[in-house]
Design a binder for this molecule. Structure first.
Ligand SMILES: Cc1cc2nc3c(=O)[nH]c(=O)nc-3n(C[C@H](O)[C@H](O)[C@H](O)COP(=O)(O)O)c2cc1C
Length: 343
């Protein structure tokens, strides 16, 4: 944190997207480092995968799968790359990424800018496969058959992914969130499960925090019926809790501190709808070990973060992991799994 405090004003002197590109470029230049060791109490098995720490990097930071190993080396227990779409796409016009520093938040309307699944696959296929790297897949904006895009993504990316996440909750691809509704969701899940086949990686489903009453039960039922392995709760919000920053009025998905309450509420709704029948992964506004702990005791087996990294820098994942290990000890739990849903 001390070093990042010095670097941060420099990074913040650039617009958010330029600073992000520079960060990825710097991470690519970093010499390869080993994954750090974590307290044994932090290890858990979720969806058949062994996680050394429950603190993961959320999708969107490494959209093209350029730096998963650098992020694992920084102390993330798992890294989700993507969203990648079948074909490359430019995303929305710039500016489309905004820091809301006073709110410790971000608004983005990037619109799945990425170099396509082929390009990510090429890079990921060269990895040594140490540490858990998931691949988050989406549909192209101009796709005429979005379900077919997810099926193509599953087929293409399965070989390079420890798990696959179906992102049907980005607010920046018009109509994408409609896939969360009724028949479309049932059809999507049936198609991707078939495409994944028996030996493929676990499938996670990432949902929006902006759901109506009854949606949670419906999504949970569809996911359990199709044996989806976990729900990621949640993506960015289109709602606007009170914000102070200059960019508060920008269109797009809001993430970071103002999403905290909404994401925790959504997690509790999913936990009560599922009664523990499906694993939950919490994301949205997690800034410290207390936030991560609140999600775990509310039912999350794992957590992910992105926005807080912008404000707190690269030591954050390790700090949260250490804080969680201390918390487990203080509360008398031997393992993280014992604390899940214990509130
Ligand atoms: C700049 C930015 C880009 C994102 N891109 C994606 C994406 O491509 N796919 C996705 O599933 N989520 C994406 N997200 C959402 C995050 O994965 C996460 O769900 C959300 O930001 C809430 O977590 P946070 O408050 O810790 O940032 C993005 C978030 C941000 C801030």
């Amino acid at each position: 944190m001390a070093i990042y405090k010095l670097i941060r004003p420099l990074a913040f002197a650039f617009d958010a997207e330029t600073a992000h590109r520079a960060t990825i470029a710097a991470l690519r230049l970093m010499p390869a480092r080993k994954i750090p060791a974590f307290a044994p109490s932090l290890a858990s098995t979720v969806a058949g995968l062994r996680f050394a720490s429950p603190v993961g990097l959320a999708a969107g930071f490494d959209k093209d799968g350029e730096v998963p190993d650098a992020m694992l080396a920084l102390g993330f227990g798992f890294v989700e790359v993507g969203t990648v779409t079948p074909r490359p796409q430019a995303g929305n016009s710039k500016p489309r990424l905004f820091r809301l520093a006073e709110d410790r938040a971000v608004i983005n309307r990037l619109g799945f800018n990425n170099r396509g699944q082929g390009s990510a696959l090429e890079r990921l296929a060269k990895r040594k496969r140490t540490g858990i790297v998931g691949v988050n897949i989406g549909a192209n904006k101009d796709s005429v058959d979005r379900i077919a895009d997810y099926v193509a993504g599953v087929r293409r990316m399965a070989a390079a992914a420890d798990y696959l996440t179906l992102n049907i909750s980005s607010p920046n691809t018009p109509g994408l969130r409609d896939l969360q509704a009724g028949d479309d969701l049932v059809e999507l899940l049936a198609a991707v499960v078939e495409a994944r086949g028996a030996g493929g990686p676990p499938l996670f489903l990432k949902v929006a925090p902006d759901l109506a009453e009854g949606d949670h039960e419906r999504i949970v039922r569809a996911a359990i019926d199709r044996r989806i392995d976990a729900l990621i709760v949640a993506n960015t919000t289109v709602s606007r809790p009170p914000l102070k920053s200059f960019h508060a009025g920008e269109l797009g998905g809001l993430s970071g501190a103002p999403l905290k309450t909404l994401a925790l509420d959504a997690l509790r709704c999913f936990r009560s709808a599922s009664g523990g029948e499906i694993a939950l992964i919490a994301t949205g506004g997690i800034e410290n070990a207390d936030d991560a702990w609140a999600r775990i005791i509310a039912g999350a087996s794992l957590v992910q973060l992105y926005s807080a990294l912008v404000y707190q820098g690269p030591g954050l994942a390790l700090r949260i992991a250490r804080g969680l290990a201390e918390r487990l000890q203080r509360e008398g739990f031997a393992y993280i799994a014992e604390a899940v849903a214990s509130e």
